[in-house]
Write a protein that binds this ligand. Sequence first.
Ligand SMILES: Nc1ncnc2c1ncn2[C@@H]1O[C@H](COP(=O)(O)OP(=O)(O)OP(=O)(O)O)[C@@H](O)[C@H]1O
Ligand SMILES: [Mg+2]
Length: 287
Amino acid sequence: MAVVTSIINLKGGVGKTTLTLALAHYLAAEHAKRVLVIDLDPQTNATIALVTERRWRERDQTGQTLFQLFKDQLDGTRTFSAPEAILTRVSNVGGGVPGLDLLPASIRLHRIQDRITKITDLDSFRNGPVYALRESLRDVLPHYDHVLIDCPPNLGVITLNGIAISRYFLIPVVPDILSTLGVPLVLDRMADFALRAQHEIFGLGIVVSRYRSSSRLHKQTVLSMRRDAIPGIHPPIFNTIIAEDVGVAEAADVEGNVSSLREKFGGNAPHRQFSGLADEYLRYVGG
Ligand SMILES: Nc1ncnc2c1ncn2[C@@H]1O[C@H](COP(=O)(O)OP(=O)(O)OP(=O)(O)O)[C@@H](O)[C@H]1O
Ligand SMILES: [Mg+2]
């Protein structure tokens, strides 16, 4: 059965999408894993980094994005089919990475997320819209080794759909005061959801991302995060640290072919880091 992990932080711009994309690429291309990326963010950043905008628009117009799954919840219809919506062999590395698949998001999710919240039982999450994704993926998940869910920076009902199928969550943080302040909040909300929905989910770890070695604040924050981590309460901090690097930002560009992960993710240093991150991830999840 697939190992399902949500990449989450309530803070925006901390590298959630970038880490999701990198982990997915390295697990598929370096470890020959069957990987599904689920883009739950109405910003559709992960989607547009894995397929061209033109291809995404075609799919969106024919109801083959997650917009349709949630619209079905509102309309009481069942037109969405996950197996049909999933795009296979995505990315521009080598013309498409074997084993790397995508369940795409849609910017139209913005329009309906408030209406979905209104029809959700927020006290017990017994059934209904929180489990829409789980239902739609019932026959799909056994075909994958790893599922990585790129979450938006909120814990709305759409995000909770991802949490409800996740065994683990991973928190990327930029090591500055504001970004680390949000970590206890994420832990608290995960524990609360786990209790109310009676669903076990484990904090796999915190990944330091966009690290600047020239910044005293970044250095000190990483030191104190490691020092203050409380085993059993606080998820561990990954040994691998992802540095800020201009080449990484370009990894989101899916136009034009690239020949290797090294080229895609910005050269030697980021390549080493993301490769190390995937190794460490696999050690922790036992995959
Ligand atoms: N290691 C890095 N080095 C340089 N730039 C990075 C790095 N990681 C991410 N970025 C850039 O920082 C910006 C934010 O990253 P990303 O989109 O991954 O964050 P996010 O947490 O998913 O944001 P959001 O909350 O809006 O979804 C992007 O422009 C991305 O390309
Ligand atoms: Mg994002």
